[in-house]
Design a binder for this molecule. Structure first.
Ligand code: S3P
Ligand code: PEP
Length: 450
Protein backbone atom coordinates (compact mmCIF):
# COMPACT_ATOMS: atom_id res chain seq x y z
CA UNK A 1 0.00 0.00 0.00
CA UNK A 2 1.50 3.35 -0.96
CA UNK A 3 0.48 6.81 0.10
CA UNK A 4 0.54 9.98 -1.93
CA UNK A 5 1.28 13.52 -0.79
CA UNK A 6 -0.79 16.01 -2.75
CA UNK A 7 -0.98 19.78 -2.94
CA UNK A 8 -2.34 22.41 -5.32
CA UNK A 9 -0.21 25.55 -5.48
CA UNK A 10 -2.85 27.71 -7.19
CA UNK A 11 -6.64 27.82 -7.13
CA UNK A 12 -7.19 27.60 -10.87
CA UNK A 13 -8.27 24.75 -13.10
CA UNK A 14 -8.63 24.52 -16.84
CA UNK A 15 -8.44 22.00 -19.64
CA UNK A 16 -10.03 18.75 -20.59
CA UNK A 17 -10.65 15.66 -18.48
CA UNK A 18 -11.31 12.31 -20.12
CA UNK A 19 -13.35 10.36 -17.61
CA UNK A 20 -13.62 6.57 -17.55
CA UNK A 21 -16.86 4.98 -18.67
CA UNK A 22 -19.59 4.57 -16.08
CA UNK A 23 -18.92 1.58 -13.83
CA UNK A 24 -22.65 1.10 -13.22
CA UNK A 25 -23.57 1.11 -16.90
CA UNK A 26 -20.59 -1.10 -17.77
CA UNK A 27 -21.41 -3.77 -15.21
CA UNK A 28 -25.01 -3.92 -16.36
CA UNK A 29 -23.90 -4.12 -19.98
CA UNK A 30 -21.65 -7.10 -19.21
CA UNK A 31 -24.40 -9.04 -17.42
CA UNK A 32 -26.92 -8.34 -20.19
CA UNK A 33 -24.36 -9.31 -22.81
CA UNK A 34 -23.88 -12.62 -20.99
CA UNK A 35 -27.65 -13.16 -20.81
CA UNK A 36 -28.23 -12.41 -24.50
CA UNK A 37 -27.96 -15.37 -26.83
CA UNK A 38 -26.90 -13.13 -29.68
CA UNK A 39 -24.15 -10.55 -29.98
CA UNK A 40 -24.25 -7.43 -27.84
CA UNK A 41 -21.48 -4.97 -28.64
CA UNK A 42 -20.33 -2.71 -25.81
CA UNK A 43 -18.65 0.60 -26.60
CA UNK A 44 -16.53 2.59 -24.15
CA UNK A 45 -16.59 -0.12 -21.48
CA UNK A 46 -15.10 1.29 -18.27
CA UNK A 47 -11.55 0.47 -17.26
CA UNK A 48 -12.69 0.48 -13.61
CA UNK A 49 -11.23 -2.47 -11.73
CA UNK A 50 -14.75 -3.58 -10.74
CA UNK A 51 -15.66 -3.82 -14.42
CA UNK A 52 -12.41 -5.53 -15.39
CA UNK A 53 -13.05 -8.09 -12.64
CA UNK A 54 -16.63 -8.75 -13.69
CA UNK A 55 -15.64 -9.13 -17.33
CA UNK A 56 -12.85 -11.58 -16.46
CA UNK A 57 -15.19 -13.64 -14.29
CA UNK A 58 -17.86 -13.79 -16.98
CA UNK A 59 -15.31 -14.63 -19.69
CA UNK A 60 -13.73 -17.39 -17.63
CA UNK A 61 -16.89 -18.83 -16.17
CA UNK A 62 -16.58 -22.14 -17.99
CA UNK A 63 -13.20 -22.74 -16.39
CA UNK A 64 -13.55 -21.22 -12.92
CA UNK A 65 -16.21 -22.19 -10.50
CA UNK A 66 -14.91 -19.88 -7.79
CA UNK A 67 -15.87 -16.35 -8.67
CA UNK A 68 -14.04 -13.81 -6.51
CA UNK A 69 -15.37 -10.29 -7.05
CA UNK A 70 -12.96 -8.62 -4.61
CA UNK A 71 -14.57 -5.35 -3.43
CA UNK A 72 -17.07 -5.02 -6.33
CA UNK A 73 -20.57 -4.74 -4.83
CA UNK A 74 -22.50 -4.62 -8.11
CA UNK A 75 -20.51 -7.59 -9.42
CA UNK A 76 -21.41 -9.59 -6.29
CA UNK A 77 -25.09 -8.72 -6.42
CA UNK A 78 -25.48 -9.08 -10.19
CA UNK A 79 -23.54 -12.37 -10.31
CA UNK A 80 -25.62 -13.84 -7.48
CA UNK A 81 -28.73 -13.57 -9.62
CA UNK A 82 -26.89 -14.47 -12.82
CA UNK A 83 -25.38 -17.66 -11.33
CA UNK A 84 -28.76 -18.67 -9.87
CA UNK A 85 -30.14 -18.98 -13.44
CA UNK A 86 -26.98 -20.22 -15.17
CA UNK A 87 -26.22 -23.90 -15.30
CA UNK A 88 -23.24 -24.86 -13.13
CA UNK A 89 -22.10 -24.87 -9.54
CA UNK A 90 -20.55 -21.64 -8.38
CA UNK A 91 -18.82 -20.32 -5.30
CA UNK A 92 -19.22 -16.58 -5.07
CA UNK A 93 -16.85 -14.76 -2.78
CA UNK A 94 -15.13 -11.40 -2.33
CA UNK A 95 -12.94 -9.21 -0.18
CA UNK A 96 -13.06 -9.14 3.62
CA UNK A 97 -15.43 -6.17 3.42
CA UNK A 98 -17.59 -7.93 0.82
CA UNK A 99 -18.18 -10.66 3.40
CA UNK A 100 -19.69 -7.97 5.65
CA UNK A 101 -21.97 -6.49 2.98
CA UNK A 102 -25.45 -8.05 3.24
CA UNK A 103 -26.82 -10.21 0.44
CA UNK A 104 -29.59 -12.01 2.36
CA UNK A 105 -32.43 -9.95 0.89
CA UNK A 106 -31.42 -10.87 -2.64
CA UNK A 107 -30.66 -14.49 -1.82
CA UNK A 108 -34.06 -14.85 -0.08
CA UNK A 109 -35.85 -13.41 -3.10
CA UNK A 110 -34.01 -15.78 -5.41
CA UNK A 111 -34.78 -18.73 -3.13
CA UNK A 112 -38.48 -17.85 -3.30
CA UNK A 113 -38.15 -18.25 -7.05
CA UNK A 114 -36.53 -21.66 -6.56
CA UNK A 115 -32.80 -20.84 -6.44
CA UNK A 116 -30.34 -23.15 -4.71
CA UNK A 117 -28.11 -20.88 -2.60
CA UNK A 118 -26.16 -21.87 0.48
CA UNK A 119 -24.10 -19.64 2.69
CA UNK A 120 -20.57 -20.89 3.31
CA UNK A 121 -19.73 -18.72 6.31
CA UNK A 122 -22.20 -16.31 7.88
CA UNK A 123 -25.94 -16.49 7.08
CA UNK A 124 -26.97 -13.59 4.88
CA UNK A 125 -23.44 -12.72 3.70
CA UNK A 126 -21.00 -13.93 1.04
CA UNK A 127 -19.41 -16.37 0.34
CA UNK A 128 -22.17 -18.53 -1.10
CA UNK A 129 -22.46 -21.73 -3.09
CA UNK A 130 -24.97 -21.40 -5.89
CA UNK A 131 -26.24 -24.22 -8.08
CA UNK A 132 -27.65 -22.62 -11.19
CA UNK A 133 -31.02 -23.90 -12.41
CA UNK A 134 -34.31 -23.06 -14.03
CA UNK A 135 -36.22 -20.87 -11.58
CA UNK A 136 -39.88 -21.80 -11.95
CA UNK A 137 -41.16 -22.03 -8.38
CA UNK A 138 -42.70 -18.54 -8.39
CA UNK A 139 -42.91 -15.46 -10.55
CA UNK A 140 -43.41 -12.81 -7.87
CA UNK A 141 -41.22 -11.52 -5.07
CA UNK A 142 -41.51 -8.82 -2.42
CA UNK A 143 -38.35 -6.96 -1.55
CA UNK A 144 -37.53 -3.87 0.54
CA UNK A 145 -36.64 -0.91 -1.62
CA UNK A 146 -34.53 0.93 0.93
CA UNK A 147 -31.51 -1.31 1.56
CA UNK A 148 -29.77 -1.55 -1.80
CA UNK A 149 -31.17 -1.01 -5.28
CA UNK A 150 -28.52 -3.42 -6.53
CA UNK A 151 -30.69 -6.35 -5.35
CA UNK A 152 -33.53 -5.03 -7.49
CA UNK A 153 -31.34 -4.43 -10.54
CA UNK A 154 -29.92 -7.94 -10.17
CA UNK A 155 -33.40 -9.48 -10.17
CA UNK A 156 -34.59 -7.29 -13.04
CA UNK A 157 -31.76 -8.31 -15.33
CA UNK A 158 -32.51 -12.04 -14.99
CA UNK A 159 -36.30 -11.51 -15.09
CA UNK A 160 -36.68 -11.90 -18.89
CA UNK A 161 -34.89 -15.26 -18.67
CA UNK A 162 -37.36 -16.68 -16.10
CA UNK A 163 -39.99 -19.03 -17.55
CA UNK A 164 -42.87 -16.88 -16.33
CA UNK A 165 -41.15 -13.52 -16.08
CA UNK A 166 -41.12 -11.70 -12.76
CA UNK A 167 -43.13 -9.19 -10.76
CA UNK A 168 -41.13 -7.40 -8.09
CA UNK A 169 -43.15 -5.72 -5.34
CA UNK A 170 -41.06 -3.05 -3.65
CA UNK A 171 -41.85 -2.28 -0.04
CA UNK A 172 -40.95 0.82 1.94
CA UNK A 173 -39.12 3.81 0.53
CA UNK A 174 -37.27 3.23 -2.71
CA UNK A 175 -33.66 4.40 -2.48
CA UNK A 176 -31.12 4.80 -5.30
CA UNK A 177 -34.03 4.83 -7.71
CA UNK A 178 -32.06 6.15 -10.71
CA UNK A 179 -30.01 2.97 -10.66
CA UNK A 180 -33.18 0.90 -11.05
CA UNK A 181 -34.25 3.17 -13.88
CA UNK A 182 -30.82 2.79 -15.48
CA UNK A 183 -31.19 -1.00 -15.41
CA UNK A 184 -34.62 -0.85 -17.02
CA UNK A 185 -33.49 1.67 -19.64
CA UNK A 186 -30.52 -0.46 -20.65
CA UNK A 187 -32.72 -3.56 -20.78
CA UNK A 188 -34.99 -1.50 -23.02
CA UNK A 189 -32.05 -0.84 -25.35
CA UNK A 190 -31.86 -4.63 -25.77
CA UNK A 191 -35.56 -4.89 -26.53
CA UNK A 192 -36.88 -5.80 -23.07
CA UNK A 193 -40.19 -4.24 -22.11
CA UNK A 194 -41.42 -3.69 -18.56
CA UNK A 195 -44.31 -2.15 -16.67
CA UNK A 196 -43.76 -0.18 -13.50
CA UNK A 197 -47.05 0.48 -11.75
CA UNK A 198 -47.09 1.87 -8.22
CA UNK A 199 -44.58 -0.22 -6.31
CA UNK A 200 -44.57 -3.16 -8.68
CA UNK A 201 -42.23 -3.71 -11.60
CA UNK A 202 -43.24 -6.45 -14.01
CA UNK A 203 -40.99 -7.96 -16.67
CA UNK A 204 -42.47 -10.72 -18.83
CA UNK A 205 -40.48 -13.67 -20.19
CA UNK A 206 -38.60 -12.29 -23.21
CA UNK A 207 -35.35 -12.68 -25.10
CA UNK A 208 -32.63 -10.05 -25.01
CA UNK A 209 -32.14 -8.73 -28.54
CA UNK A 210 -28.72 -7.99 -30.05
CA UNK A 211 -27.71 -4.31 -30.11
CA UNK A 212 -24.87 -1.91 -29.44
CA UNK A 213 -24.62 -0.51 -25.90
CA UNK A 214 -22.65 2.74 -25.62
CA UNK A 215 -21.40 3.55 -22.17
CA UNK A 216 -21.43 7.20 -21.12
CA UNK A 217 -18.55 8.57 -19.02
CA UNK A 218 -18.94 8.28 -15.28
CA UNK A 219 -20.88 11.10 -13.60
CA UNK A 220 -19.71 9.96 -10.15
CA UNK A 221 -16.15 10.49 -11.45
CA UNK A 222 -17.20 13.90 -12.79
CA UNK A 223 -18.38 14.88 -9.31
CA UNK A 224 -14.76 15.18 -8.07
CA UNK A 225 -14.08 17.75 -10.80
CA UNK A 226 -17.17 19.66 -9.77
CA UNK A 227 -15.85 19.73 -6.23
CA UNK A 228 -12.45 20.95 -7.43
CA UNK A 229 -14.13 23.65 -9.51
CA UNK A 230 -16.21 24.76 -6.50
CA UNK A 231 -13.04 25.07 -4.42
CA UNK A 232 -11.11 27.04 -7.05
CA UNK A 233 -11.25 30.77 -7.62
CA UNK A 234 -11.50 30.11 -11.32
CA UNK A 235 -12.27 26.97 -13.25
CA UNK A 236 -13.03 26.18 -16.85
CA UNK A 237 -13.11 22.46 -17.57
CA UNK A 238 -14.36 20.38 -20.45
CA UNK A 239 -15.61 16.86 -19.79
CA UNK A 240 -16.30 15.28 -23.17
CA UNK A 241 -19.23 12.97 -23.90
CA UNK A 242 -21.24 13.53 -20.72
CA UNK A 243 -24.88 13.89 -21.66
CA UNK A 244 -27.76 15.97 -20.40
CA UNK A 245 -30.15 13.05 -20.84
CA UNK A 246 -27.98 10.69 -18.85
CA UNK A 247 -29.01 7.34 -17.39
CA UNK A 248 -26.89 8.15 -14.34
CA UNK A 249 -28.59 9.78 -11.37
CA UNK A 250 -25.28 11.29 -10.29
CA UNK A 251 -25.74 13.96 -12.94
CA UNK A 252 -27.61 15.68 -10.07
CA UNK A 253 -24.17 17.01 -9.16
CA UNK A 254 -24.84 19.75 -11.75
CA UNK A 255 -27.68 21.04 -9.64
CA UNK A 256 -26.04 20.62 -6.24
CA UNK A 257 -22.92 22.46 -7.39
CA UNK A 258 -24.83 25.31 -8.96
CA UNK A 259 -25.37 26.56 -5.42
CA UNK A 260 -21.58 26.63 -5.00
CA UNK A 261 -21.07 28.73 -8.10
CA UNK A 262 -20.23 25.98 -10.59
CA UNK A 263 -22.07 26.29 -13.84
CA UNK A 264 -22.68 23.55 -16.36
CA UNK A 265 -23.03 24.10 -20.06
CA UNK A 266 -24.18 21.09 -22.06
CA UNK A 267 -23.39 20.74 -25.72
CA UNK A 268 -23.45 17.92 -28.20
CA UNK A 269 -19.81 17.11 -27.41
CA UNK A 270 -20.07 16.97 -23.64
CA UNK A 271 -20.07 19.48 -20.80
CA UNK A 272 -18.12 22.54 -19.87
CA UNK A 273 -18.11 23.49 -16.23
CA UNK A 274 -16.97 26.82 -15.04
CA UNK A 275 -16.64 29.04 -12.04
CA UNK A 276 -15.33 32.52 -11.41
CA UNK A 277 -14.67 35.02 -14.16
CA UNK A 278 -14.82 32.35 -16.85
CA UNK A 279 -18.24 31.23 -15.70
CA UNK A 280 -20.22 34.10 -17.14
CA UNK A 281 -18.51 33.87 -20.52
CA UNK A 282 -18.97 30.15 -20.80
CA UNK A 283 -22.57 30.43 -19.79
CA UNK A 284 -23.51 33.21 -22.15
CA UNK A 285 -21.63 31.86 -25.13
CA UNK A 286 -23.70 28.68 -24.92
CA UNK A 287 -24.68 27.61 -28.40
CA UNK A 288 -26.55 24.46 -27.64
CA UNK A 289 -28.04 23.20 -24.43
CA UNK A 290 -29.28 24.80 -21.30
CA UNK A 291 -28.25 25.45 -17.75
CA UNK A 292 -28.10 22.87 -15.05
CA UNK A 293 -31.30 24.16 -13.50
CA UNK A 294 -33.30 22.82 -16.37
CA UNK A 295 -31.43 19.54 -16.33
CA UNK A 296 -32.19 19.05 -12.70
CA UNK A 297 -35.84 19.83 -13.21
CA UNK A 298 -35.94 16.93 -15.64
CA UNK A 299 -33.90 14.91 -13.18
CA UNK A 300 -34.29 11.21 -12.81
CA UNK A 301 -35.35 11.64 -9.21
CA UNK A 302 -38.80 12.29 -10.67
CA UNK A 303 -39.31 15.86 -9.61
CA UNK A 304 -37.75 15.41 -6.20
CA UNK A 305 -35.40 18.18 -5.21
CA UNK A 306 -32.06 16.99 -3.93
CA UNK A 307 -30.84 20.34 -2.68
CA UNK A 308 -32.80 23.18 -1.17
CA UNK A 309 -32.51 25.95 1.34
CA UNK A 310 -34.72 25.66 4.39
CA UNK A 311 -36.77 28.55 5.82
CA UNK A 312 -33.98 29.23 8.31
CA UNK A 313 -31.48 29.52 5.46
CA UNK A 314 -29.83 26.13 6.08
CA UNK A 315 -28.69 24.23 3.05
CA UNK A 316 -30.28 20.77 2.97
CA UNK A 317 -29.18 18.03 0.62
CA UNK A 318 -30.87 14.65 0.22
CA UNK A 319 -28.64 11.86 -1.08
CA UNK A 320 -31.24 9.10 -1.13
CA UNK A 321 -31.11 8.82 -4.92
CA UNK A 322 -27.45 9.74 -5.40
CA UNK A 323 -25.58 8.16 -2.47
CA UNK A 324 -22.26 8.11 -4.31
CA UNK A 325 -22.22 11.91 -4.37
CA UNK A 326 -22.41 12.22 -0.60
CA UNK A 327 -18.71 12.01 0.17
CA UNK A 328 -17.83 14.48 -2.61
CA UNK A 329 -20.36 17.07 -1.53
CA UNK A 330 -19.90 16.77 2.24
CA UNK A 331 -16.12 17.09 1.85
CA UNK A 332 -16.55 20.06 -0.48
CA UNK A 333 -18.89 21.78 2.03
CA UNK A 334 -16.21 21.29 4.67
CA UNK A 335 -13.55 23.07 2.65
CA UNK A 336 -16.00 25.85 1.74
CA UNK A 337 -16.90 26.17 5.43
CA UNK A 338 -20.50 25.75 4.39
CA UNK A 339 -22.69 24.36 7.14
CA UNK A 340 -25.41 22.05 5.82
CA UNK A 341 -27.89 19.35 6.72
CA UNK A 342 -27.92 16.00 4.95
CA UNK A 343 -30.44 13.18 4.63
CA UNK A 344 -30.48 9.91 2.70
CA UNK A 345 -27.12 8.70 4.03
CA UNK A 346 -28.46 5.44 5.54
CA UNK A 347 -27.13 3.21 2.74
CA UNK A 348 -23.62 4.61 3.14
CA UNK A 349 -23.06 2.37 6.13
CA UNK A 350 -23.04 -0.83 4.04
CA UNK A 351 -20.88 0.30 1.15
CA UNK A 352 -17.09 -0.10 0.74
CA UNK A 353 -16.79 1.03 4.35
CA UNK A 354 -19.11 2.76 6.78
CA UNK A 355 -18.79 5.99 4.81
CA UNK A 356 -20.47 8.17 7.43
CA UNK A 357 -17.99 7.11 10.09
CA UNK A 358 -15.11 7.45 7.63
CA UNK A 359 -16.17 11.03 6.83
CA UNK A 360 -16.57 11.87 10.50
CA UNK A 361 -13.02 10.67 11.18
CA UNK A 362 -11.27 12.21 8.20
CA UNK A 363 -13.11 15.55 7.95
CA UNK A 364 -12.54 15.79 11.69
CA UNK A 365 -8.83 16.17 10.88
CA UNK A 366 -9.72 19.59 9.44
CA UNK A 367 -11.97 20.51 12.36
CA UNK A 368 -15.37 19.65 10.78
CA UNK A 369 -18.05 17.76 12.69
CA UNK A 370 -20.69 15.58 11.01
CA UNK A 371 -23.31 14.98 13.66
CA UNK A 372 -25.94 12.24 13.35
CA UNK A 373 -29.31 12.76 15.04
CA UNK A 374 -30.76 10.26 17.51
CA UNK A 375 -32.97 8.62 14.87
CA UNK A 376 -30.00 8.11 12.53
CA UNK A 377 -31.72 9.83 9.60
CA UNK A 378 -30.33 13.37 9.56
CA UNK A 379 -26.77 14.63 9.68
CA UNK A 380 -25.56 18.16 10.40
CA UNK A 381 -22.23 19.43 9.17
CA UNK A 382 -20.69 21.99 11.51
CA UNK A 383 -17.77 23.71 9.83
CA UNK A 384 -17.28 26.47 12.40
CA UNK A 385 -14.04 24.85 13.60
CA UNK A 386 -12.54 24.14 10.16
CA UNK A 387 -8.85 25.06 9.96
CA UNK A 388 -5.84 24.58 7.69
CA UNK A 389 -3.62 22.02 9.41
CA UNK A 390 0.00 23.06 10.01
CA UNK A 391 1.35 19.71 8.83
CA UNK A 392 -0.16 17.61 6.06
CA UNK A 393 -2.64 15.25 7.74
CA UNK A 394 -2.70 11.58 6.76
CA UNK A 395 -6.12 10.78 5.30
CA UNK A 396 -7.21 7.19 5.79
CA UNK A 397 -9.21 5.73 2.93
CA UNK A 398 -10.70 2.52 4.42
CA UNK A 399 -10.38 0.55 1.13
CA UNK A 400 -12.84 3.06 -0.32
CA UNK A 401 -12.01 4.74 -3.63
CA UNK A 402 -14.48 7.53 -2.92
CA UNK A 403 -12.76 8.52 0.34
CA UNK A 404 -9.54 9.17 -1.60
CA UNK A 405 -11.23 11.01 -4.48
CA UNK A 406 -13.64 13.04 -2.33
CA UNK A 407 -10.91 14.26 0.00
CA UNK A 408 -8.24 15.03 -2.63
CA UNK A 409 -9.92 18.27 -3.89
CA UNK A 410 -9.63 19.70 -0.36
CA UNK A 411 -5.92 20.25 -1.01
CA UNK A 412 -7.00 23.32 -3.01
CA UNK A 413 -8.28 25.12 0.10
CA UNK A 414 -6.99 23.24 3.11
CA UNK A 415 -3.37 22.68 2.10
CA UNK A 416 -1.23 19.63 1.43
CA UNK A 417 -2.41 16.23 2.63
CA UNK A 418 -1.20 12.68 2.49
CA UNK A 419 -3.73 10.23 1.12
CA UNK A 420 -3.39 6.63 2.15
CA UNK A 421 -3.41 3.73 -0.32
CA UNK A 422 -3.45 5.67 -3.57
CA UNK A 423 -4.22 2.52 -5.58
CA UNK A 424 -7.68 2.42 -4.03
CA UNK A 425 -9.04 4.68 -6.82
CA UNK A 426 -8.72 1.88 -9.41
CA UNK A 427 -12.11 0.55 -8.32
CA UNK A 428 -13.90 3.13 -10.45
CA UNK A 429 -11.38 5.71 -11.78
CA UNK A 430 -7.89 4.28 -12.39
CA UNK A 431 -6.51 7.47 -14.02
CA UNK A 432 -7.60 9.78 -11.21
CA UNK A 433 -4.11 10.74 -9.97
CA UNK A 434 -2.79 11.08 -13.53
CA UNK A 435 -5.65 13.47 -14.29
CA UNK A 436 -4.92 15.51 -11.16
CA UNK A 437 -1.28 15.67 -12.18
CA UNK A 438 -2.28 17.03 -15.60
CA UNK A 439 -4.35 19.72 -13.93
CA UNK A 440 -1.75 21.33 -11.72
CA UNK A 441 -1.79 19.19 -8.58
CA UNK A 442 1.64 18.40 -7.18
CA UNK A 443 2.08 14.83 -6.12
CA UNK A 444 4.85 12.88 -4.43
CA UNK A 445 5.07 9.37 -3.15
CA UNK A 446 4.91 9.39 0.63
CA UNK A 447 7.40 7.05 2.20
CA UNK A 448 4.95 4.99 4.16
CA UNK A 449 4.51 1.36 3.37
CA UNK A 450 2.18 -0.70 5.43
O1 S3P B 1 -26.49 -0.25 -9.22
C1 S3P B 1 -25.44 0.37 -9.17
O2 S3P B 1 -24.64 0.42 -10.14
C2 S3P B 1 -25.10 1.09 -7.93
C3 S3P B 1 -26.06 1.36 -7.00
C4 S3P B 1 -25.81 2.13 -5.76
O3 S3P B 1 -25.85 1.23 -4.68
P1 S3P B 1 -27.16 1.06 -3.71
O4 S3P B 1 -28.28 0.70 -4.55
O5 S3P B 1 -26.71 -0.04 -2.80
O6 S3P B 1 -27.33 2.37 -3.03
C5 S3P B 1 -24.47 2.85 -5.80
O7 S3P B 1 -24.12 3.27 -4.51
C6 S3P B 1 -23.38 1.96 -6.35
O8 S3P B 1 -22.15 2.62 -6.39
C7 S3P B 1 -23.69 1.52 -7.76
C1 PEP C 1 -20.93 1.64 -3.60
C2 PEP C 1 -20.12 1.54 -4.65
O1 PEP C 1 -19.86 0.41 -5.34
P1 PEP C 1 -20.31 -1.10 -5.09
O2 PEP C 1 -21.52 -1.12 -4.22
O3 PEP C 1 -20.57 -1.62 -6.46
O4 PEP C 1 -19.15 -1.79 -4.43
C3 PEP C 1 -19.43 2.74 -5.18
O5 PEP C 1 -18.79 2.64 -6.24
O6 PEP C 1 -19.51 3.80 -4.56
Amino acid sequence: MSNILISKPDARLSGEVILPGSKSESNRALIMQALCEERVEIRNLSEAADTVTLQALLDGRDRNQVLDVGPAGTAMRFLTAFCAVTEGEWTLTGSKRMKERPIGILADALRQLGADIQYLEEEGFPPMRIRGKRLDKASEVRIPGNISSQYISALLMIAPALPNGLSIHLSGTIGSRPYIEMTLAMMGELGIRHEWTGNTIHVGAQRYQPAVLSIEPDWSGASYWYSMAALCEEADLTLPYLKQQSLQGDREITKIMEAFGVRTHFSAGGIRLSRGETAAGAWESAEIGTGAGETAARGIAAGETVARESASGEREIDFIHCPDLAQTVISCCTALRQNAVFTGLESLKIKETDRVEALQNELGKFGARLIENAEGNRWELDTSGVFIPEAAPVIHTYHDHRMAMALAPLAIRLGPMEIEDKEVVVKSYPTFWKDLDKHGFKMAAAQINT
